[in-house]
Design a protein around this ligand. Structure first.
Ligand SMILES: Cc1ncc(COP(=O)(O)O)c(C=O)c1O
Length: 470
């Protein structure tokens, strides 16, 4: 039998139990049977309202999903227009104008490197990751490398909740009970400068190369069976917005190229402007063979994910077997694509990628970065890190030693619950240190957040952190 403690451990992110909910039964199979969930009824701008009239400022963009803001009428109008014309066709029988136009728009958005490539549309991040893993495997078969099937990845990463995606993920909490069902491939370490394994003092500039060298070793151990390497350019929820040191991703890309592995960038969270570039790999001028994106792709207006395959990958199929042995019923759903296309237009017309650039003076992202720095004054705040509009605040019980809080204190969950009470939505996570201990909040607001809303949010966040410390 699963004990309450075990159940809490398997909770997607740590939750503070709500005793009033314990006896209740609901028709919806919720993420937690122990936690209370307000019922959301409306969204506008950076705010969400629940059925009791409470207003929340969405400082997490739900889960780093919403970049353009909630409740924008032009997005729902585009979806309604598409639904009225054609709601659905199956991709085994038809393509659609919206799919063809939007795929071209996305390839252009991804830059010259994706010229001549193609886009595979799905309903979200995990489906897109599954697609990318299979695409990499079949690519190797198509080019006459059938021994290559392993997908190498990194510890403390997250690539989704389906079994294939879990096999390449490193998030211990989300994998643990499913491991007997998962095909395991090698996971290498990743630079996490606040807790660098090499105790460096140069921002991981040199040890970034040592971390990259782990990939070369893993490829050699795989003995000709490695097909691809998958990575989050900036780590997402699991480690909390850890930005790689200069030179690290370039070294990773070079190793992949030299050993014939495809480079898969998982930009489910970091893509579509979230870090102040169209895609985060652009910060380091890295050119992946396959790029996966979701979340901000539709900003949550519809379930949508996309796998961008570069020309090299597509050519292997057009000159090879001519067919990708993969598919979902709802690939390229016209209504989701209409939403995605309208979101992309909005992103461009409102210059929201620039707004999300924390290196550009006066943008919402640079205001946010500056305001977050103030949190370092709090007793339990050990680190503030991130880029663009993807940030994390890591908590420690002791700043000098960086000792984390004991996991059973659920520090981040308590800080998150205190913020919720004040009308502020954040994304609490646990496990950043070793998969079990280590608390942080992930913060990823919409790019339309104003200076006043940032000021108010940080004030509430400080008060929430102090409440959790008490
Ligand atoms: C980097 C990354 N990859 C994949 C996924 C899985 O996406 P989804 O939850 O849409 O299936 C996530 C979700 O948080 C993610 O952050």
């Amino acid at each position: 039998m699963t004990t309450q403690n075990q159940a809490a451990q398997f909770c997607d992110n740590p939750c503070v139990p709500d005793p009033s909910q314990q006896q209740s039964r609901f028709a919806v199979f919720r993420r937690s049977f122990r936690k209370g969930f307000p019922s959301a009824v409306r969204g506008e701008g950076v705010h969400i309202w629940d059925s009791e009239g409470n207003k929340y400022l969405d400082l997490a963009g739900s889960a780093a999903v919403n970049l353009i803001g909630h409740g924008i009428p032009e997005i729902s109008a585009a979806m309604a227009e598409q639904a009225a014309k054609l709601e659905f066709v199956h991709t085994s029988q038809f393509t659609t104008p919206v799919a063809e136009h939007y795929a071209q728009d996305l390839l252009a958005f991804a830059g010259n490197h994706f010229e001549g490539g193609a886009v595979y549309f799905t309903c979200g991040g995990s489906e897109s990751i599954e697609t990318a893993l299979k695409l990499a495997r079949q690519y190797q078969v198509e080019i006459g490398q059938p021994r290559r099937y392993q997908i190498l990845s990194r510890q403390q990463s997250y690539h989704g909740s389906t079994l294939g995606a879990l096999s390449v993920s490193g998030n211990k909490r989300r994998r643990e009970i499913y491991l007997p069902m998962v095909r395991e491939f090698p996971h290498i370490g990743m630079p996490y400068c606040y807790r660098c394994a090499f105790d460096c003092t140069d921002g991981c500039r040199n040890c970034g190369q040592q971390y990259a060298a782990e990939l070369e070793e893993a490829i050699e151990t795989a003995n000709g069976e490695a097909s691809a390497f998958i990575f989050e350019p900036v780590s997402g929820a699991t480690l909390g917005a850890v930005v790689p040191p200069l030179g690290y991703l370039q070294a990773i890309a070079e190793i992949c190229r030299r050993h014939g592995l495809l480079l898969i960038a998982d930009e489910v969270m970091t893509g579509m402007g979230r870090t102040g570039r169209n895609f985060a790999v652009e910060h380091w001028d890295v050119k992946p063979d396959i790029l996966v994106t979701a979340k901000g792709l539709s900003s949550g207006y519809a379930p949508l994910g996309a796998v961008l395959a570069s020309k090299k990958v597509v050519d292997a199929f057009t000159t090879g077997s001519g067919a990708f042995l993969h598919g979902f019923t709802y690939n390229a759903h016209p209504i989701s694509l209409a939403a995605g296309q309208a979101v992309l237009r909005r992103l461009q017309s409102e210059k929201l990628v620039d707004a999300a650039d924390s290196g550009r003076q006066g943008t919402p992202a640079s205001n946010f970065k500056q305001a977050l720095e103030g949190l370092r004054a709090e007793k339990s705040v050990g680190d503030v890190r991130g880029i663009g509009l993807l940030w994390a605040v890591e908590f420690v019980a002791d700043k000098a030693t960086k000792r984390p809080f004991p996991p059973d204190q659920s520090f981040s969950a308590r800080a998150g619950a205190a913020a919720l009470k004040r009308g502020l939505l954040v994304y609490p996570m646990q496990g950043s240190v070793d998969g079990t201990s280590g608390d942080h909040l992930l913060l990823a607001p919409p790019a339309i957040i104003t200076a006043e809303q940032i000021r108010w949010s940080i004030e509430q966040l400080s008060a929430s952190i102090r409440e959790a410390e008490a």
